[in-house]
Design a binder for this molecule. Structure first.
Ligand code: ADP
Ligand code: MG
Length: 703
């Protein structure tokens, strides 16, 4: 028997999770390379490669009980086989079962041998998604196997379906994961959240949670697993949310460790600016501005999100921040996601700042040749304020003394882009302060997680004298009445927007659709001047049209969604949005925000093409019921999920493996608490959690 002291001095076993996947039996270099493409490099990456969903092949569904859209397993006998060549090769196999119904199996890709095997009388066990076909229910490319004799080999448990890549089938991947799971250590070695915190927040065994989600037992509650509410999934979701929180906090801490220029001064420029403004700041604007100014007067970089509903007056707050930087002798970059919005800022800033003798420079993607070269030169020589699009972040743009970066409509820029501009570096170690403006109010729960690296200020008050926009939804069948209504509004001296919304298609198609609507309205509204604006027009042309509309020379402006953000014409009090059923809530709210800017009562007509789907109907109802951006954002998150709300889906920032911010929002307060304690008491464990969940991606990002 080994002595106690011998065990006590033995080195702790190496963490099996850190072994390369190639050390697992049966994983050669080729398989390891394939796994590498999925970011699976170490054994622990396999532990945390979680199923996307589950397939239930533990039971049979009678064909008569199949529901379209649901996946199910059926056992049937082949009744007929047909090979067709209409349009493309096709194999159709009709099967029937005891429920005396027929199901059509349809294959577009198949081998000749496969087709020849399938003969009437053969028994097949199939799994797939049932859907409506031309002749009743069908399954396209179901999985199937032949059944010999009476015994049907069904699964004992749910089968996990993993994210995978070409050349790696589910079975093979599941096999590798099994081998990795065999190395899963006891909780004491696996758990990174300190035991006291686990106990305080009722977190159960991590080891068991992993085993459960990878290999649910035969009696696992399917419904819970499918909707992600099983305790094992919630345990893992907690850890994943915690990891995201920690990683954002770490990013923030890294920036905060650096130094930023002190942007403070007597405030003479701000005082002059405020004296010239034709209005008084609202209380909310004043509060947010002073939060920003306080930050700027620190040598720690500001990381602040100023959120405020459409029309709440974020631009004036941005101008105050810019003035503080300029007064202290530093440059300001103001970046907007679209050219039109950037141009609007340019005009506002020129209008406000040039009388104060502050140069405002323009830098956009379309700028070429000499104009661009001279703009770059002036930026490099220290132009005080530079306004532009993402072109500001491009290679070759160098600032002399960038002290403040203002990013408008943040939700369209990813964290990465935000960082890129911040890294447009400075003298020595200094980094610029950063102010992010967004008109899409971010629900509190999201602000706590997705924006954990930013402080949040909220402009929660609209300037006085605004009237809520009356909103109605009208079927396209009543288009003529809507046009009549525009006539009436114009007769009263009001102006109207007509917004054409084609999504997905190209800017060219969008422009065409707008031209068609323009022709229709010009003909229908005889005697009224109608203008047209779309993204394919040159900035000068767009400007001329906008100016004419602003000056009241145009009664109606037909536009694509280029006017979505920032356009400001107070006398425009009627807005018609075509195909409104295709737009998301955030976009509808942004568009509607173009009216209701003056004291005149405003209206919004949401034209839709019936029949309305239930989701679209719900969205239009929300729009009719409220003008409150926060309510709309909460609803939007409920209906679409947070990835979409934040516009981060493409950047993959919020591509969780198991967590779902909307579903798991109830976990966030505890996530925050645990996160705070861990960062203070166990920073090393926090690092390892990030390694574990973000792994390859994080290593890459920090390389
Ligand atoms: P957003 O927050 O949507 O960017 P803007 O900054 O474009 O809003 O402001 C919308 C409109 O309200 C502009 O015409 C702006 O001049 C005006 N505005 C801003 N602040 C006030 C205020 N305190 N009182 C009156 N009008 C204001
Ligand atoms: Mg704005």
């Amino acid at each position: 028997m080994p002595s106690r002291s011998a065990t006590a001095v033995a080195p702790p076993p190496a963490d099996p999770g850190l072994l390369p996947v190639g050390s697992l039996p049966g994983v050669g270099p080729a398989l390891a390379a394939t796994l590498g493409r999925l970011g699976l490099e170490r054994v622990q990456d396999l532990w945390f490669h979680l199923p996307l969903r589950y397939e239930d092949k533990t039971r049979l569904t009678a064909i008569a009980d199949l529901h379209p859209g649901e996946r199910a397993q059926v056992l049937g006998t082949v009744e007929a086989v047909e090979r067709g060549f209409r349009y493309r090769p096709q194999l159709k196999v009709a099967i029937g079962d005891d429920s005396r119904q027929t199901l059509l199996l349809r294959f577009f890709h198949f081998h000749r041998a496969q087709a020849e095997q399938l003969k009437p009388g053969l028994k097949l066990l199939c799994y797939g998604e049932a859907r409506h076909g031309a002749h009743g229910l069908e399954m396209v490319h179901p999985q199937y196997q032949r059944v010999e004799g009476e015994a049907v080999a069904m699964d004992e448990r749910l089968s996990p379906i993993y994210p995978t890549t070409e050349g790696l089938g589910q079975k093979r991947l599941a096999g590798v994961i099994d081998k990795a799971l065999a190395l899963l250590p006891p909780d004491a070695a696996l758990e990174l959240i300190p035991p006291a915190l686990c106990a305080a927040h009722g977190l159960t065994s991590l080891r068991e949670a992993l085993l459960y989600v990878h290999r649910p037992p035969p009696d696992a509650p399917l419904a819970d697993l499918v909707n992600g509410r099983h305790p094992a999934q919630q345990r893992l979701a907690f850890e994943e949310l915690l990891t995201q929180h920690l990683s954002l906090k770490r990013m923030r801490a890294a920036v905060r460790r650096r130094r930023a220029p002190l942007l403070e001064g007597p405030g003479a420029l701000r005082a002059k600016f405020l004296a010239e403004l034709p209005f008084r700041l609202t209380g909310a604007q004043q509060r947010v501005a002073s939060e920003v100014l306080d930050d700027l007067a620190q040598s720690r970089p500001m990381l602040r999100l100023a959120q405020g509903d459409v029309g709440s007056g974020k631009t004036a707050v941005a101008a105050l921040a810019a003035l503080a930087a300029v007064e202290a002798g530093w440059q300001v970059a103001l970046m907007a996601p679209t050219e039109l919005l950037a141009e609007q800022h340019l005009r506002n800033f020129r209008h406000w700042l040039e009388p104060l003798d502050i140069a405002v420079e323009w830098l956009a993607g379309k700028q070429q040749g000499k104009a661009r070269a001279s703009a770059l030169k002036r930026v490099a020589e220290g132009a005080a304020v530079v306004v532009g699009t993402h072109a500001l972040m491009q290679e070759g743009v160098a600032f002399a003394r960038l002290g403040l970066v203002i990013v408008d409509e943040q939700h369209r820029f990813g964290v990465q882009q935000r960082l890129a501009l911040r890294d447009k570096g400075l003298e020595g170690d200094l980094v610029p302060h950063q102010l992010v403006l967004t008109a899409t109010p971010i629900p509190r729960t999201l602000a706590m997680s997705a924006y954990a690296d930013l402080d949040v200020s909220t402009i929660d008050e609209l300037p006085p004298g605004r009237t809520p926009v009356q909103t109605v939804a009208v079927s396209n069948a009543r288009r003529a009445e809507v046009i009549e209504r525009i006539h009436a509004a114009c007769a009263e001296g009001r102006q109207a927007y007509w917004v054409c919304t084609l999504i997905e298609e190209s800017e060219q198609l969008r422009a065409q659709a707008a031209e068609v609507a323009y022709a229709e309205l010009s003909a229908a509204l005889e005697g009224r001047r109608v203008g047209l604006i779309h993204g394919r027009m040159k900035p000068k042309e767009k400007q001329a049209v906008m100016d004419a509309f602003k000056a009241g020379e145009l009664a109606v402006l037909v536009a694509t969604t280029v006017i979505e953000v920032g356009v400001d014409v107070p006398n425009a009090s009627l807005m018609v949005i075509e195909n409104s059923e295709r737009l998301g809530l955030a976009q509808l709210h942004q568009l509607r925000g173009r009216v209701g800017r003056g004291a005149i009562a405003s209206n919004c007509v949401l034209l839709y093409q019936p029949p309305l789907g239930s989701l679209a109907r719900e969205r239009l109802n929300v729009m009719r019921e409220t003008c409150d951006g926060f309510r709309i954002a909460e609803k939007d998150m409920e209906l679409r999920g947070p990835g979409e709300v934040l516009g981060t889906r493409q950047t993959g920032q919020l591509a969780f493996r198991i967590a779902d911010l909307a579903r798991d929002a109830h976990l966030l307060p505890a996530v925050q608490q645990v996160g705070q304690t861990m960062l203070k008491q166990q920073p090393r464990a926090a690092e390892r959690l990030i390694e574990r969940w973000i792994g390859a991606a994080a290593r890459y990002a920090h390389a």
